[in-house]
Design a protein around this ligand. Structure first.
Ligand code: S3P
Length: 431
C-alpha cells in the first residue's frame, strides 16, 4: 500500500490522546492470563503486534473478549494453558516471540512459533541460550531463528546471570521462566531497560526484588486479576512531539502519555536539543505514571546520545536522527548497534531514507553522525519506503511534514504494527 504524505505542514494544534502503550498492552494479556480471576484492561493497543499476543493466548485456551478498547481476560494460570491446535503466527512481533518463549518454556505440550520475513531474521539465541541453561528445550532454525518449537518440558532450574544484552525482552523472558523455576534466580542487567514486566508482576500481587541492576525472583504462580487503563505510548507520542517541535507555529497537547522513567529518554534528548515542552497533570499514584505533554515549536541544536541512555531511547532513535537533521551542529549517536537487529537494520534504513530527502548522515557500526540543519525535500526520490518497519514509516511521515515536496510512502501498512490510527490522528491536529 502506498500513501501520499502531507507535505509542508503549516502547524499542529489541539489535543491528542495517543494509543495505549505497546509494551504494557502485551504484558497485560500475559499477566491477565496467568492471574486468578477476571482482568479488565482499558485503552488496550489494538495493533497488529498486540493482537498476536492476544491470539496466542486464545489459541492456548484462555478466554479473552474484546469490547472497543477494553479487553477482558479470564485467567487460567501457568498450569491451565492448553495445547494449541497449530503453530502460533507471531507476525512481526519480537516482543510476543521473546516474552512467550520464557512464559511457555515449561509446558506439558510442544508449541510452535513462526513469523513474517522480518521476524524470521531476528536473533532469538539471546533468549534461547539462557532459557536452555535453565532447562528449556527449544529447537530453532539454525539454533537462532523462527520457525521454532518449544518442546514439552517439566522442570526449569533457577539461574544467576548477567544478561549479555541490554534488552527488556530478554530480561522479561527470563523473569517469566524464573517464576516457574525450582529455586531463586538472580538476573543482572548491563543497563536499566524498560521495567514494565517488573512493575506489572508486583501489580498482579507477585514479588520481585530489585537491587541496583540485579533482580531476585522466587518461584511463584499465584497472581491476582487487575483492572487498569494502559497509559498512552511514549514511543507513539514521540512522533507527534517531534512533529510539533519541528513544524513552525505548532502547539499540541499529548494527553495521558506514559511517563515511566525507563521510557522518557526521548524527552530528555529533546530537552537537551532545546525543545520547548512541559509536562502537566501528572498521575504518579498508578503503577505506571502518566501525564500530558504540551509541545510548542522551537529551533533545535545538536546533541550526543550514547551509553546507558541508549536503552531508554532505543525505539526513538529514528526520530532523534530526524530531529538531528533539523538541528544546528553535529549530532552523534553511539553504542546503538542493537538498532541493526530491530524490525529492520534501523541504522541503514534511517540513513537510506533520510538521505533521499537531502539529509547528511554518516553511519557507524554502532550509530550515526548527523550534520544539521538541512532542509528536507525530494532530492534523489519522492518515494520513501518504510522497508516494512513501522517506526521507519512513522518517522518518514513526520519528515514529510517538513518537506517542501510531496512524498509518497511505500509499504505504508507497516505502521499498523504499533500505530494503526496514525494518519487519522494526524489529520485531527493539522491546521
Ligand atoms: C520492548 C523492548 C525493546 C523495544 C521493543 C519493545 C518490550 O526491545 O525495542 O519495541 O516491550 O520489552 P529490546 O528490549 O529487545 O531492546
Amino acid at each position: 500500500m502506498d500513501k501520499v504524505l502531507v507535505a509542508a505542514a503549516r502547524g499542529l494544534h489541539g489535543t491528542l490522546t495517543v494509543p495505549g502503550d505497546k509494551s504494557i498492552s502485551h504484558r497485560s494479556i500475559m499477566f491477565g492470563a496467568l492471574a486468578k480471576g477476571t482482568t479488565i484492561i482499558d485503552h488496550f493497543l489494538f495493533s497488529d503486534d498486540c493482537r498476536r499476543t492476544l491470539a496466542a493466548f486464545q489459541a492456548l485456551g484462555v478466554p479473552i473478549t474484546v469490547d472497543g478498547e477494553r479487553v477482558t481476560i479470564t485467567g487460567v494460570g501457568f498450569a491451565g494453558l492448553k495445547a494449541p491446535q497449530q503453530a502460533l503466527d507471531l507476525g512481526n512481533s519480537g516482543t510476543s516471540t521473546r516474552l512467550l518463549l520464557g512464559l511457555f518454556s515449561k509446558q506439558p505440550f510442544p508449541i510452535g512459533f513462526f513469523g513474517d520475513a522480518s521476524l524470521s531474521k531476528r536473533p532469538m539465541k539471546r533468549v534461547i541460550a539462557p532459557l536452555s541453561q535453565m532447562g528449556a528445550k527449544i529447537q530453532a532454525t539454525d539454533t537462532d531463528f523462527l520457525p521454532l518449537t518449544i518442546a514439552t518440558n517439566t522442570t526449569l532450574q533457577p539461574v544467576e546471570m548477567t544478561i549479555p544484552v541490554a534488552s527488556a525482552q530478554v530480561k522479561s523472558a527470563l523473569i517469566f521462566a524464573a517464576l516457574q523455576a525450582n529455586g531463586t534466580s538472580k538476573l543482572t542487567e548491563l543497563a536499566q531497560t524498560r521495567d514494565h514486566t517488573e512493575r506489572m508482576l508486583r501489580q498482579f500481587g507477585g514479588e520481585i526484588d530489585k537491587n541496583g541492576l540485579t533482580l531476585t525472583i522466587k518461584p511463584q504462580s499465584q497472581f491476582v486479576a487487575q483492572k487498569f487503563r494502559v497509559p498512552g505510548d511514549m514511543s507513539s507520542a514521540a512522533f507527534f512531539a517531534l512533529a510539533a517541535t519541528l513544524v513552525p507555529n505548532s502547539q499540541l497537547r499529548l494527553a495521558q502519555v506514559g511517563l515511566n522513567n525507563t521510557r522518557t529518554g526521548f524527552l530528555d534528548v529533546l530537552s537537551r536539543m532545546g525543545a520547548d515542552f512541559r509536562v502537566e497533570d501528572v498521575d504518579s499514584k498508578t503503577v505506571e505514571a502518566s501525564g500530558d505533554v504540551i509541545v510548542t515549536s522551537s529551533k533545535l541544536k545538536a546533541t550526543t546520545v550514547h551509553g546507558a541512555e541508549i536503552a531508554n531511547v532505543i525505539d526513538e532513535i529514528p526520530l532523534i536522527a530526524l530531529a538531528a537533521t533539523q538541528a544546528e551542529g553535529v549530532t552523534e549517536i553511539s553504542d546503538a548497534a542493537e538498532l541493526r537487529v530491530k524490525e529492520t537494520d534501523r541504522i541503514e534504513t534511517v540513513a537510506t531514507e533520510l538521505r533521499k530527502l537531502g539529509a547528511n548522515i554518516e553511519t557507524k557500526p554502532d550509530g550515526m553522525i548527523i550534520h544539521g540543519p538541512t532542509p528536507l525535500r525530494a532530492v534523489t526520490s519522492d518515494r520513501v519506503d518504510s522497508h516494512g518497519d513501522h517506526r521507519i514509516g512513522l518517522m518518514l511521515a513526520v519528515a514529510a511534514l517538513l518537506s517542501k515536496s510531496q512524498l509518497t510512502l511505500t509499504d505504508a501498512a507497516a505502521i499498523n504494527v504499533s500505530y494503526p490510527n496514525f494518519f487519522t490522528d494526524l489529520e485531527q491536529v493539522l491546521d
